[in-house]
Design a protein around this ligand. Sequence first.
Ligand code: IVH
Length: 680
Amino acid sequence: MSEDIKKTIEHLTEELRKHNYNYYVLAQPTISDRDFDMKLKELERLESAYPKYKVANSPTSVVGGMVTKDFKTVKHDVPMLSLGNTYSKEELFDFDTRVRKSIGDNFEYTCELKFDGLAIGIKYRNGKLVQALTRGDGVQGDDVTDNVKTIRSIPHQLKGNFPNEVEVRGEIFMHRKAFAKMNAERIAAGDKPFANPRNSAAGTIKMQEQSEVAKRPLDAFLYHILGDEKEFKTHNGALLKAKAWGLPVNDDMRIAKSIEDVWAFIETWNEKRKTLSYDIDGIVIKVNDFNLQHDLGFTSKSPRWAISYKFETERATTQLLEITYQVGRTGAVTPVANLEPVQLLGTTVKRASLHNADVMAELDVRVGDYVYVEKGGEIIPKIVGVDLDKREEGVEKTTFAHTCPECDTELVRSEGEAAHYCPNESGCPPQIKGRIEHFISRKALNIDSLGEGKIEMLYNAGLIRKYADLYHLTFEMLNGLSKSIENDETGEVRLISFREKTAEKIIAGINASKEIPFDRVLYGIGIRFVGSTVAKKLASHFKNIRTLMQASFEDLVAVDEIGDRIAQSVLDYFSIEENKQAIDELDAAGLKLEQEAPQALKSSILEGQKIVVSGVFNQFSRNELKEMIEQNGGQNVGSISAKTSFVLAGENMGPAKLEKASKLGVKIISEMEFIELIDG
Ligand code: IVH
């Protein structure tokens, strides 16, 4: 018996560590927050009943995350703790009783939204942003200062009456709309979408390229001020000060005189949260007075003066009717749960992802089961559990498909990989069509006169089997090409066909793609693991496709940021005869398979000058002006400092920037003056 308990504790410990890793490091959790919290509570319960079996550094006594490899690791001045949490009203009221026992009845709470993102600690010295660290393992975090500087709402310089040194902590997150837009772009470009805004914010802040981070709109709210707390008496007062220094502090915060008031706030926001533009996963309750916080103190993991109440994620129960399998561009096979339609957050859910064979086995999900479906902010709903009480006797255990649903080829699974693959790259229709769709996508060859539907038509007509075939298409082949569509409900069959105009447009789009730069062609040909950033690196290193095709493993891994996995994938790709032939065909069609020499500078009139472009302009767009600056030897910089040579200002330049420029004595010039300058 006690052996069993020991084993259960060890098993739960291991499992929770794995989930922590998935959540904090990979930003790709595989279970819901609620299930994680339940498992953690179960472990806590077992550990307190059988303390001798508790493992050192158990997930119940350390903060969840860990540091990732690629950033500088820095120790926090003050450990970054987490909060105790609860899903139950009763436990919330117990918290209140504990607090009252310790400090009496004369105090107030603050109630704040609990933002669902990732924690960050930002240090300001003499008002200047000098460091930003992730939580990491709570003791030390990743230095992500450069990435945090791309977040517009976080000032690089504080204003007003700020202290010499202060650390502010808060949460970085992504608005739901920005997340949906980013994911749509990822899907269009053949990249894997993020599951929810939290994961995409966490994944973004850990990117190595600052310029990529800047393209993804992150936001932040700050909710904890460290530093000389004696300056302020209350948490609420400290946050109001932080707001006056220009920091993003959320306005939906209330003082509550009693736990009943707290509860009313929670109930209001459980409804109102749907109207916010970002996700919150609960409410944080804190004792407002700093002296009283001090009296209450901390446990090893969290403060005794605060607790978070977490909302239930919206979930529904429904029956699993069938498991089907979907084949993607890379041949990865994804299991899909086909469900009895059910309402969830205002939409009807019929299908949900089952991720891969491991997740399926972990859930032990079987056809006929009643399953829990969750959608919390995610685009694709997922199955998070099975209601075992409702399982009928004798239902068959699920085994993952052995063969491809599209071409019947036996599936393979490489060691250490979660996904099953269909290896029939050249004969499996969704892989063929998927590769061509990737080739024409916006970030690749950008042939927007073609799309998924048209590719399907061309494929069905037997006109294309690989991307190079696009360059053999002629107007005559396309004109009048038709397909019949059957109406699902009426059974009526309609014929749709390409008109002359459509055929002309397609040919024009294909011709225009011959001007697309080499790195995008390289991305477009779809070498596994070669995304657009890697393609840029390879293109600028090897300069042309022939040199790249002859590169050895050693040549490849010698390139900055190219590891074994990518190098092997490039070698594999070019070892296939059909791929080499496709490159020859692209070459013959006149595509750019060479990196173009950088354009010669128009002049060096701006050499050595650091220039800030700000505001709205009449004659040129902001991007055109920035290009002109580079073309004339100047450098574009993002923010005004004493080193800025001048500010190129349009209309509506912000008053803060104006004030800063004049304070530092930085010259401001207009669009007209700028044009005269470079023309002269
Ligand atoms: S206070 C020592 N306030 O939720 C107290 N945390 O589950 C520090 N969070 O670690 C935290 N919104 O990452 C606080 N208004 C808020 C919050 C908040 C989100 C996060 C934070 C914290 C986690 C606890």
